[in-house]
Design a protein around this ligand. Structure first.
Ligand code: B12
Ligand code: SF4
Length: 598
């Protein structure tokens, strides 16, 4: 139900539309993020753009179609889309794994609303803007990592606001004119800091209450159970990991950015504190705080000092004891996330992280010593210079780390494959030979088609000089199985849970083999029938594969959402709005009195 017409409706599509009908073994592609393989999480930017546009007098609604489809088998997006009547629709194609779903939703929107503009945005839209604008159901692409202001200008144009710019004058815009000719405006809007946006979850709750539609605003399926919030320290990155489409090199090429845009540390601290008004869940501070120099982290810690809730910080490289002590002094409940990628410094070097094991081991020891509540260490398969043997060597190293630092259960290692795609815009995607990658897909359309392949082996857009995709798939499951056993041994996973995970891995491996067999031994018609028969089983192994998603959760005690504070905020809003309405006749007179007095 929607009260009042929205000027802009943001739609977040599932990775594949309609995943409920397709039988696809997605594999462990999303084990280490809060989302399921449907990638139901919408970009943080939906919130910042919506808040920014509303601040400028436009009405915005967010519809997370992916979550609605995941949580309700009966939910059909089509009648809902048909019933909407905004001035424009905005669809994110931020993550490339949404290529199928985002385009399918755009096509559906255009079918029902042929005259309503469809706007795309996000990293993948930026990368593929020229290809995207050729789809008949895409009218505009807002490029870049900071779309708030260009989108405001576009919406003011589309809603006929006074003083709105002409299309050709809107920065970062790719558009088609009436004759169908595509235009690419220069990418000139690139704010050098992040202080103009508000990442405020209270906005989401208020908007959900206003539209009486909490289900459409929920960021990911299990968010109500685990209301993790994000605080964004920057847009961009100082590192240049070769497989990353958000690296310094990728930002330079795609967004013309030579340094990240940082949020003022005091504002970041306020963002963290504000999150606690709503939830007891952890606040994940995105981006290594040391990127903007030591003074930045110190200012943040000084501002946030005394905050009692769980906070997750990330480290891109080894940290000094002094930094870790500052974190511990300011935050009584902090978790650290570090990505070592591999136990082998040669692989890590080829990945773009030129440090050895010793400095990171020292960091781990120091972090635990100063009182980190927990320390998650991430590794990956599918990297340059990495063989299958090397991946298994990484698991030996995990065991070694646990033996040395993991006796009290605070250290938790994880491994996942680089999947489903090597990021477009990353150094490895742009120069595959140089980094030892062989690409199976280049264009947006090629990626869109791969997403409906029957298993993640065929969705993968790459293999490496050191591992074919068969080897990559096999070793990912083997490593997952071994790490699961090691974790059970160290008490990180309960024995019963470890057994369930092991059985799920075994089932996934057997299903992968079965799908491979069907692909060579059946006709296309038989294949479809067989895959339909396997669907239920495939769906069961799709939800967490090589580890249980819950292993990533930091402990939260008591009710996770602060319902009384949320209710209080909403009551205050309502009283405020009523007061405004009651006062409005007086307000209209007020300027007269003011001018007479002065
Ligand atoms: C934080 C982060 C996450 C968070 C997501 C938080 C969130 N909800 O946005 C978590 C950890 C959950 C995550 C998960 C994933 N991530 Co991630 N993530 C990042 C990271 C580190 C920072 C992103 C960031 O700064 N965002 C802030 C800004 C830039 O984006 P934004 O505010 O959301 O959106 C702005 C613009 O992009 C644009 N925009 C976005 N959508 C739209 C839509 C419209 C209509 C318009 C007009 C504009 C627009 O306007 C916004 C406002 O200015 C980047 C790496 C990097 N350094 O950038 C990777 C990155 C974006 N992630 C990436 C990937 C691949 C993933 C996963 C698919 C990984 C996986 N296999 O599990 C999942 C997808 C999860 C899902 N959707 O369910 C790739 C994307 C490459 C690509 N082109 O596909 C990146 C570049 C690098 C990487 N490999 O990690 N990620
Ligand atoms: S993977 Fe590397 S380049 Fe990408 S966001 Fe993380 S630290 Fe930055």
């Amino acid at each position: 139900m929607i009260f009042g017409r929205a000027d802009l409706v943001f739609l977040h599509a599932p990775s594949v539309y309609d995943f409920r009908k397709h039988s696809i073994l997605y594999g462990p592609v999303s084990d280490l993020v809060p989302s399921t393989p449907v990638f139901e999480m919408y970009p943080i930017g939906f919130t910042t753009m919506a808040e920014y546009l509303e601040r400028h007098g436009l009405r915005v609604r967010i519809l997370n179609l992916a979550v609605r489809m995941l949580t309700d088998d009966e939910f059909d997006p089509e009648p809902l889309i048909a019933a909407l009547n905004p001035a424009a629709f905005g669809i994110d194609l931020h993550w490339l794994p949404h290529a199928h779903g985002a385009l399918a939703i755009a096509e559906m929107v255009k079918r029902h609303h042929p005259h309503t503009p469809v706007i795309f945005g996000g990293f993948s839209s930026t990368y593929y803007h020229e290809e995207l604008i050729r789809y008949p159901y895409v009218d505009y692409v807002v490029r870049g990592d900071s779309a708030e202001e260009p989108l405001r200008q576009l919406m003011s144009h589309l809603t006929g606001m006074r003083g709105a710019p002409a299309l050709k004058d809107i920065p970062n815009l790719t558009w088609r004119d009436r004759e169908g000719e595509a235009h690419t405006n220069p990418l000139t809007y690139r704010p050098d800091n992040l202080d103009h946006v508000m990442l405020d979850y209270r906005y989401v709750v208020r908007a959900a209450a206003r539209d009486l539609d909490l289900g459409s605003y929920v960021p990911f399926k299990d968010w109500m159970d685990y209301p993790i919030m994000a605080a964004l320290s920057c847009r961009g990155c100082t590192q240049s990991c070769v497989i990353c489409g958000g690296s310094a090199a990728a930002f330079k090429e795609m967004h013309g950015r030579t340094r990240p845009a940082f949020r003022r540390p005091e504002m970041l601290a306020a963002d963290v504190r504000r999150s606690a008004d709503m939830s007891r869940g952890p606040v994940f501070v995105l981006g290594d705080l040391r990127q903007a120099g030591p003074n930045y982290a110190l200012r943040f810690f000084n501002s946030v000092r005394g905050f009692k809730g769980p906070v997750i910080l990330e480290l891109f490289s080894p940290a000094s004891r002094e930094f870790l002590q500052q974190a511990a002094d300011a935050l009584s409940n902090f978790t650290l996330e570090v990505s070592l990628e591999s136990h082998d410094p040669v692989v890590r070097h080829a990945f773009g992280k030129p440090y050895g094991n010793e400095p990171m081991e020292r960091t781990i020891a120091d972090a635990l010593d100063v009182g980190a509540r927990r320390l998650d260490v991430f590794f990956m398969s599918g990297l340059p210079q990495q063989t299958a043997e090397s991946v298994m060597g990484t698991i030996d190293y995990c065991e070694d780390l646990l033996r040395r630092f993991g006796q009290d259960g605070r250290l938790a290692p994880f491994i996942s494959p680089l999947a489903p795609f090597l990021d477009p815009g990353s150094r490895a995607f742009e120069n595959p030979d140089e980094h030892g990658y062989r690409l199976f897909a280049h264009t947006l359309e090629e990626h869109r088609r791969r997403l409906v392949a029957p298993s993640w082996k065929y969705v993968l857009n790459y293999e490496t000089r050191w591992m074919t995709r068969d080897q990559l798939v096999d070793v990912t499951y083997a490593a997952g199985r071994r790490l699961n056993q090691v974790k059970a041994q160290y008490g990180l996973v309960a024995a019963a849970q470890a057994q369930i995970t092991e059985q799920r891995i075994d089932r996934a491996v057997a299903l992968m083999a079965e799908i491979d067999r069907l692909m060579v031994q059946t006709t296309p018609a038989e294949f479809s029938l067989e895959m339909a028969r396997l669907k239920e089983e495939v769906d069961q192994v799709n939800m967490s594969t090589v580890c249980e998603k819950r292993e990533l959760e930091v402990g939260v005690s008591g009710p996770k959402l602060r319902y009384s504070q949320v209710a209080q905020m909403l009551i205050q809003d309502t009283l405020h709005a009523m007061g405004r309405r009651l006062l409005s006749p007086w307000r209209r007179l007020q300027p007269v009195y003011v001018s007479q007095d002065s």
